[in-house]
Design a protein around this ligand. Structure first.
Ligand code: TRP
Length: 360
């Protein structure tokens, strides 16, 4: 039986290879894309669907789009969002029409967030934060689910082409608020094609893959509409500081949100799980184990852009030259710089919100 993944749950994914097999994903091949970014080069983007149609669109300078949604719950984002925005930025820079929607209807139906409150949060924080992470605001179109009737229309038609059994097979769950949110998301994913049919890519964490599968199934059934089935790329999780696969707010001591006060983050980093040995002596002799180290994974995913510099940290650790204490201090410095810059950029982006293009 194929395992289901619940996009609203906090289930962990142990084995990325197995995920590829179980869900019928393609393994991601960075060679397909020009100037692959850090996440692509380093295998942090590990899978996808229908990647060739996007690679071809880039190569042949054909129209395509990239789209994601922001759930305006809470007042922080996390490293998962950062990776999605970095993927968006890559495709934006390679010619994609760019869409960001605020999933206010989903926040209301699945999480009970009031629409007005969702809007306030999105305007005051989430949208500026997404811009701060690198998108070109002048080339990005925004909308609120609750203000987009076209999304509602696609969602309603899509719901007519799906059975409860199919929904259950994909989501493992038939909760009405979730069914509603899933169809709205199908509407989001196909919306850019209403004006003109074109391929689109949706960067996701694996928890959002069910929505991609549902949309792809529905596109097949809405044959007369001739929609392109959406492509996706899937990134790995950023590990929890205690070494678990995914950071989660349920363990605040092991979780880093964005942005946060650098001093408080540093305290948590100093306690993170590393690939260090039992004693200093042993580590000097045997070297450390960066492949098991959360700090190294954070460098690799987020803090060290330059491949040579990353390789040097790896080599020094392996050679027993770089000890965990010193390494953690370096990590704190890089993290502090990152957080300060992000905070600065968010404040700057807040001042631009009234100049953004909102689709109504
Ligand atoms: N469900 C997504 C989340 O929980 C938000 C979302 C809504 C979305 N519509 C989307 C993501 C379309 C990608 C594409 O964060």
């Amino acid at each position: 039986m194929i395992k289901t993944i619940d996009p609203w749950g906090s289930e962990l994914v142990e084995d990325y290879e197995k995920i590829i097999k179980d869900f019928g994903l393609e393994q991601f091949d960075a060679k397909m894309f020009p100037n692959p970014n850090r996440l692509m080069r380093r295998g942090i983007i590990f899978a996808g669907r229908d990647l060739k149609q996007i690679a071809d669109a880039i190569k042949n300078k054909k129209k395509f789009y990239v789209l994601t949604g922001i759930m305006p719950t809470g007042n922080k984002i996390h490293f998962g969002h950062k990776m999605v925005v970095e993927s968006m930025k890559y495709f934006q820079e390679h010619g994609a029409e760019t869409f960001i929607l605020v999933a206010d209807l989903e926040a209301a139906a699945a999480r009970g967030v009031d629409l007005e409150e969702a809007k306030r949060r999105a305007i005051n924080f989430h949208i500026p934060a997404f811009i701060a992470l690198g998108l070109d605001p002048k080339k990005t179109k925004f909308y609120f689910q609750s203000e987009n009737m076209d999304v509602a229309k696609i969602a309603s038609r899509a719901s007519k082409r799906t059975t409860a059994n199919e929904f259950k097979a994909i989501y493992g769950n038939l909760e009405p608020g979730r069914i509603y949110s899933a169809f709205t998301q199908v509407g989001d994913i196909l919306y850019p094609q209403l004006r003109e049919r074109m391929p689109g890519i949706i960067p996701v964490g694996i928890d959002q893959d069910p929505h991609i599968r549902l949309t792809r199934d529905i596109v097949k059934r809405l044959k007369e509409d001739k929609f392109f089935a959406p492509s996706s790329i899937v990134n790995k999780f950023t590990p929890s500081l205690d070494g678990d696969l995914k950071m989660s707010k349920s363990k605040p001591e092991s979780c880093i949100e964005l942005p946060e006060d650098p001093k408080s983050v540093c305290k948590r980093l100093m306690r993170a799980k590393t690939g260090g040995r039992d004693t200093l002596e042993e580590q000097k002799k045997l070297g450390g184990q960066p492949e098991k180290c959360v700090i190294f994974e954070i460098y690799k995913q987020h803090l060290i852009e330059d491949d040579k510099e990353l390789q040097k940290v790896y080599n020094d650790c392996k050679a027993g030259k770089l000890m965990c204490g010193e390494d953690k201090k370096n990590c704190c410095e890089l993290m502090a710089r990152f957080m300060e810059e992000l905070t600065f950029k968010i404040e700057k982006a807040k001042k631009q919100v009234d100049k953004l293009e909102f689709i109504r």
